[in-house]
Design a protein around this ligand. Structure first.
Ligand code: FAD
Length: 478
């Protein structure tokens, strides 16, 4: 056995504030990173090219960071069940460390790998809690049950002390040349491009990848927009949110570092008003934890509705409506703007995610699982727990004490895009139309025809009544 510890990166693509990596470094100076491009994930049909491109960018940056501190990041492209234990054995590693994940696939994969490592007498440490601020067992109700409602979760969560950032990896030792050869013989490859992996994204990324870019974004946000977050976050034409979601998804930034930045912002803020803005952003960080805890405690969420009322809901099958929604051609300007933003950038504003999810489920009566999957196929930040949480909330099928919410696209546009700026940006046909038409959606048929913009595919009032009727029937049937 050598002193080598392999640190297996998964969704923690950074060397700063990384709990598992810091733990590895405290056991040995010879810490080498490894990332496995897992065909079980990459060959799924819900992987967005933009997300893979962002991830590869993060890996490139991570390789650079390892080189700067004297070590390296190995890349494998194979099933981790075999590849990780085989590499560890070939390199005679003393141990493999990694950070814990909440997703059902990861939990099963990790248990199998633990068994394989045990069989080979290789130590492991997987109980590093890294990507969330509190682990699920820490936040429980008085009856020691997981929470299914956010507000009591938040009260408990915010009352708990939060950990400080952990030390950045420094002065590490990498593989010898001979060991690097062994690694190659056991699958270590040069980092491929997203294109090499079959994912084409030829536009600029809306969010720059890597640890340094994420830290910069955090600094920019906590120096300015966070102080007006509550007031500005719902307006899609305004740059009022952090755009850190992709960095969170791939762990390009440490959550403790983020938390510390919010505490510093609180210290710097003089008025109650700005404190409320910062508090509101902290609540979003708690929503992220909430949905990850939910996925860990109730993995069945990934398979469908959580609430009994929605488990057998008679969703309609209408390929034409679904395609119109995907392509941003529903004839509802705010819905179409949002879908086109996502198709173009791989990112969509949160307010608009709620609007289009409500539209798919409550207006088109289409199964939210189809929307959830389409989001995963398009989003740079597509994340099982957050996406599923958002869709279950919007579809009235999830953990929500007041589930029957139906968004009226016109009132949403009037309230959150009152000048039609966002609509104009994304629906080019409508650019020169009156604002009143854009935000009410009441565009005369002749004007629609003149610019080639679709007529509304459904009538919101009729559809929402139909949804309510079906919802009531379901409630009565259980
Ligand atoms: P900010 O407003 O700056 O918030 C900061 C961070 O808090 C976000 O980066 C995110 O990590 C977290 N956060 C904010 N809102 C939520 C929320 N409602 N649930 C969980 N975490 C939240 N977020 C994803 O990261 N990945 C997804 O796949 C995803 N799918 C969604 C689907 C639907 C239908 C809905 C309604 C929401 C979804 N969200 C998802 C949540 C939210 O829309 C995004 O996190 C947010 O828009 C990202 O922008 P931001 O980083 O500027 O957010």
């Amino acid at each position: 056995m050598s002193d080598l510890i392999l640190f297996w990166h998964r969704r923690d693509l950074r060397i700063s504030d990384n709990t598992g990596l810091a733990a590895a470094r405290s056991h040995s100076s010879k810490v080498v990173g490894v990332f496995c491009l897992d065909p079980n994930i990459l060959e799924r049909d819900d992987i967005a090219p933009v997300r893979v491109t962002y991830m590869i960018g993060c890996l490139q940056a991570l390789q650079k960071r390892y080189a700067e501190v004297g070590s390296q990041l190995l890349i494998l492209h194979a099933n981790p069940l075999q590849a990780i234990p085989a590499l560890a054995a070939a390199l005679k590693a003393k141990a493999v460390f990694w950070n814990w994940d909440v997703e059902p696939y990861s939990l099963i994969r990790d248990r199998t790998i633990i068994d394989a490592l045990k069989e080979q007498g290789i130590q492991f440490l997987d109980q590093n809690w890294d990507q969330i601020l509190h682990f699920p067992e820490e936040i429980r109700s008085g009856l020691n049950q997981p929470y299914t409602v956010y507000t009591p979760f938040w009260k408990n969560w915010i009352s708990k002390p939060k950990a400080n950032p952990v030390a950045t990896l420094e002065n590490a030792e990498g593989l010898t040349e001979a060991e690097a050869e062994i690694a190659k013989l056991n699958g270590a490859i040069a980092l491929p491009t997203a294109k090499d992996l079959g994912f084409l994204w030829d536009r600029d990324l809306v969010i720059a990848p890597g640890e340094a870019a994420a830290l910069e974004k955090l600094e920019e946000f906590t120096n300015s927009a966070i102080y007006e977050y509550k007031e500005q976050r719902d307006f899609p034409a305004v740059n009022g949110t952090s755009q850190l979601s992709a960095a969170f998804k791939f762990g390009a930034i440490g959550i403790r570092t983020v938390w510390q930045a919010t505490l510093e912002a609180l210290q710097n803020s003089r008025s109650d008003e700005t404190q409320i803005n910062i508090r509101t952003w902290q609540q979003e960080i708690a929503w992220r934890d909430f949905y990850q805890h939910a996925m860990y405690n109730f993995p069945e969420l990934a398979e469908g509705a959580f609430r009994e009322t929605l488990k057998n809901f008679p969703w309609q099958i209408n390929e034409e409506y679904f395609q119109a929604w995907c392509e941003g051609k529903t004839g509802y300007p705010i819905v179409d703007a949002a879908m086109r933003q996502m198709n173009e950038l791989g990112w969509m504003h949160n307010r608009c995610r709620m609007i289009v999810a409500s539209f798919l489920t409550k207006d088109l009566l289409i199964n939210p699982q189809l929307g959830e999957k389409y989001f995963m196929q398009k989003l740079i930040d597509g994340d099982l727990s957050a996406n599923n949480g958002g869709w279950q909330w919007s579809a009235s099928s999830g953990m929500d004490p007041k589930p029957l919410r139906i968004f009226n696209p016109a009132s949403q546009a009037q309230k959150f895009d009152p000048e039609g700026e966002y609509i104009r940006e994304w629906v080019s046909e409508l650019r020169s139309m009156d604002t009143e038409y854009l935000v009410t959606g009441k565009i005369p048929a002749s004007e629609r025809d003149a610019v080639g913009y679709p007529h509304p595919i459904v009538d919101h009032n009729l559809q929402q009544r139909q949804f309510k009727g079906l919802y009531q029937q379901q409630r009565e049937s259980i």
